[in-house]
Design a protein around this ligand. Structure first.
Ligand SMILES: *Cc1c(COP(=O)(O)O)cnc(C)c1O
Length: 415
């Protein structure tokens, strides 16, 4: 068999684009999609996608397990979603006010999400998390926001992971606790005291390079309780997990409802949209703050969201993603055991994270995903991955052929 890890296929078009990008774009690309964060044989540029397959700029196809880092959940270029967006675009994307679809979509969210009495729309997840924090402060007249150490809530100064360009004042009113640790949560609430405005928490613990953790029921209930005791807002950051775990919100199975939720990523199956949903307690505060964006009322993404959310509600899309994730997880677990490779698979099956034991420098993880990539499967070595409703059993089985060879490679290289 070709030792593909040692002789990756060349990507001449990608290399040419990267060389051009290097001179006109700082670092070649900003943020999470910079391929410098991946093994060297990973492509940076993509020319198309359909269903669960992506095509790089050199024409290689991969079964994709990143789903655009979350936005794709029903399949790339889903015909029904694209048709709805195209019909809205044909009437005009922007105007001096929103299209009527804005009201349809707000009604659908209020009808779908049990805690929601109202909705507001933005473009990015960061817009939504930041608006939630602002509404919590406006509604309580307080400043302190409780946040889990190491969690990701977006890329503006109050929450961005890099401290470059961030002032201490930007973070002055954050109080940290540890995810799933009720004692540190209570201590943070106590430290915030009479200035406790809100607690923002992700649907589950999905920090990069760490094993994922579902919230414990005790932790979820304690989050609600500390907010209730202080009159603070419980904010769930459902930007990443929203519409993949439970259509009504990721903490519905725990019976814990937030005051405010932030949504984006899968909300419109790849069209740019974010939302804040809230309850009546924070309706007045939401009218007081000034938030807006030139493109926030764009009609196409809202039309795409209407179709997408109806599909999450009315079809087996979410259980199907979970089933495909279980199929992948079971296959990898059996292969890892057969090859004698120790690894962990954590988080919900439809948002899996695969990490190798004793792999601080990610050498095993890089070897694994490179070997899979060379066999037509796009995995991530240290970020959670994503399943979609477009993954079929055949796609999972194709991926498992690649992971079997890739795990053999890890076993051969690392013993
Ligand atoms: C992606 C993400 C955000 C930020 O969303 P953007 O659209 O990138 O601004 C916020 N919170 C979580 C949990 C996310 O995964």
């Amino acid at each position: 068999m070709l030792d593909r890890t040692d002789s990756p296929r060349p990507l001449p078009a990608d290399a040419a684009l990267r060389a051009r990008a290097a001179s006109v774009i700082p670092g070649g690309l900003w943020g999470h999609m910079n391929a410098a964060r991946m093994p060297a044989d990973f492509p940076q540029f993509f020319s198309g996608a359909e269903g669960c397959r992506i095509r790089d700029a050199d024409g290689n196809e991969y079964v994709d397990f990143m789903c655009a880092y979350g936005p794709m959940a029903l399949g790339y270029r889903d015909p029904e979603v694209e048709a709805a967006a195209a019909a809205a675009l044909a009437k005009g994307e922007v105007g001096n006010g929103p299209s009527p679809v804005l009201v349809d979509l707000a009604e659908l969210l209020v009808d779908t999400i049990p805690h929601a009495d109202w909705a507001m729309f933005q473009k990015n997840g960061t817009d939504a998390t930041t608006a939630c924090v602002t509404i919590a402060r406006a509604g309580t007249g307080r400043r302190k926001i409780l946040v889990a150490r190491g969690s990701y809530h977006g890329a503006v100064p109050w929450c961005t992971p890099s401290l470059a360009g961030v002032t201490a004042e930007d973070r002055a009113h954050l109080v940290e606790f540890d995810y799933n640790d009720v004692a540190t949560l209570r201590a943070a609430a106590e430290a915030a005291g009479a200035d406790f405005a809100g607690l923002i928490v992700s649907a589950f613990r999905h920090d990069a390079r760490k094993k994922q953790e579902m919230p414990t029921p005790e932790f979820a209930r304690a989050a609600r309780a500390v907010c209730d005791a202080a009159g603070a807002a419980l904010i769930i950051d459902d930007v990443r997990a929203g519409f993949r775990l439970h259509v009504g919100g990721s903490w519905e199975p725990y019976g814990v409802r937030p005051d405010l939720s932030a949504w984006s990523k899968a909300i419109a199956n790849g069209w740019p949209l974010a939302a804040v949903t809230g309850n009546d307690r924070f309706r007045e505060a939401a009218t007081q703050i000034f938030v807006t964006g030139s493109f926030w009322c764009g009609a196409a993404a809202m039309a795409a969201a209407l179709v997408s959310i109806r599909r999450y509600r009315e079809t087996d899309a979410i259980p199907h993603m979970a089933a495909m994730g279980e199929r992948l997880r079971a296959g990898i677990a059996a292969q890892a055991a057969a090859h004698g490779v120790a690894l962990s698979q954590t988080g919900p099956a439809q948002m899996p994270m695969v990490l190798f034991d004793d792999d601080e420098d990610l050498a095993k993880g890089f070897c694994f995903v490179s070997a899979a990539l060379q066999r037509g499967v796009y995995l991530h070595p240290w970020h959670n991955m994503f399943l979609s409703a477009a993954h079929r059993p055949e796609d999972i089985d194709f991926a498992l052929e690649a992971t079997d060879a890739a795990l053999a490679e890890v076993a051969r290289r690392f013993g």
